[in-house]
Structure formats: C-alpha cells, structure tokens
Unconditional design. Sequence first.
Length: 303
Amino acid sequence: MEVYNYYINHLKELEAESIFILREVAAQFERPVLLFSGGKDSIVVTHLAKKAFFPAKIPFPLLHVDTGHNFPETIEFRDKLVKEIGANLIVGLVQDSIDQGKVKEEKGINASRNGLQTVTLLDALEEGKYDCALGGARRDEEKARAKERFFSHRDEFGQWDPKNQRPELWNLFNGKKHVGEHFRVFPISNWTEMDIWQYIWMEKIEIPSIYFSHKRNCFIRDGVIYYASDVMQRKEDEKVEEMVVRFRTIGDMTCTGAVFSDADTLPKIIEEVSASRVTERGTRADDKRSETAMEDRKKAGYF
C-alpha cells in the first residue's frame, strides 16, 4: 500500500507541475498551439490540458504534422479524440511541402519522410502566427532532448541553440521573445516512460490499439521489426511474417520499429517497461543515422 501511495503522490506532483506550465503558456503567449502526433505522450499532454482549463475547452488548437506515412490506427484515433473533446485540429501535410518543391523526398530502401517534417512544421507555425508550440517530448527519451528546458527558445528561423537557453530557477519561466521568434514548451519534460504508462493507467486514458500486443505482418531489417506496409520498400531477402508485436513509440512507419510482446493490457505494458533495458526510441531508425541525429534535426527546427 505504501508503494502504491508513493506512485500516486509522485504522479500527482508531476501532473500539478505540468498543469502549472500549461497555464503559464496560456498566460504568457498570445497564440499557442499543441503539437499532436496521436502518440501516448501527446495524448497525455492533451489530457493534462483538458484538466488545466476545465470546464472550458482547451484554449488552443492541435497541430498534427502528417507525413502521409502514419499508422492507420494513429490517424483514426486522432480524429476520434478531436471530435470527442471538441478541439480545433490543424493538419500540416508533408506531401504539400514535397509538391511545392520545398523538400526533396528521399529515395532508396531506407528512405523516410521523417526528416522532412521540419519544413512542414515551421511553415505551419509561421502560417498560423503561433508564438508557442507545446509538445510531449521528455528528457529521458534521448540525450538531445535531455538538454531541453521547459521553455525552449527558437530563433526567427525556428532553430534551437542548446547553449543559449534561459535559466529556470524556482519554476520561473521567461517567455519574452523578439518578433518572429517562438518557443517550444514541454510540460512533461520531467516524466519518464514509466510515469506516462502509470498515469495512463491511473487516469484510464484511452490510447491507440497499436500500443497493445497484436498480430501484424512484419519483416526484420538490421534488428528492427518493421510493419510491412505499402510505403515500405523491401529487399528480396526480407521475408514478411505474421508476428505478435506492439509499438512502444509511434512515428512515421518507415522509421518506427515494433517489439516482440504479449503485453495486451496496461498492467502488462507497465510490467514489460519496468523490466526493459532498451529505451523506447531504441526501435527508431531515424535516431541511428548518426551519433547526433536527433540534435541535428532539433537545431534545424525539428520537434
């Protein structure tokens, strides 16, 4: 019972901190927007925003950068959730950026649209004149994200300088900026993957079925289990088989891998995560392109 109460109190403290940050955003910025991917972290941030401003609706729109190669379950869940909470959804299409000649689509077996999202995101922020983009990134995910503050400044080109961040002593957040600049704000920075799953279980938050163990046609490349979708090019020796898997993280299908798992309930997922020695982004091929792949993308304006 003591252990159970400890976790409840721990999660309530994290919740209170995140709600405080969400309210600070509403107070300091004129046109904030919530980046929504349909993944568990953005779902939790959306849930926290609902609680922060209840009984009113969430006072800012949701923005999804759609690569065109998203998992079907993610898009279905996104549309269902937006309808339920009465939120305003804005969708930025990577395909539009390609058609307009702003980005060039990669070619070859390992081609992905994941890196192309940056231009689409920056265009959407500029078009909407948003001065703050809320996101669900956590410091425990990846070493580059561990450098982020709650309020992360971006210059007029949407770029991030990890050496030029403001101190955040005693939870005092400085959102002052010049014209053309904006902030990325991460309300769940201090949360861990385990915290996210415990909170989803405690709050009975609905999540996409893709997070639970299920049968799926997959193939293995370089140790990563990929969904054999129409957008994935395969080598001749890459055999498609029905596998029992689940996804710990959700992104573009071309760079997001699954894990073998029989965790078909939240308690089983929590047990599995507690025993895992591989980070959730260990199945993300986009992080393995170079030693500093994530940081390079973030400096260019990536989420």
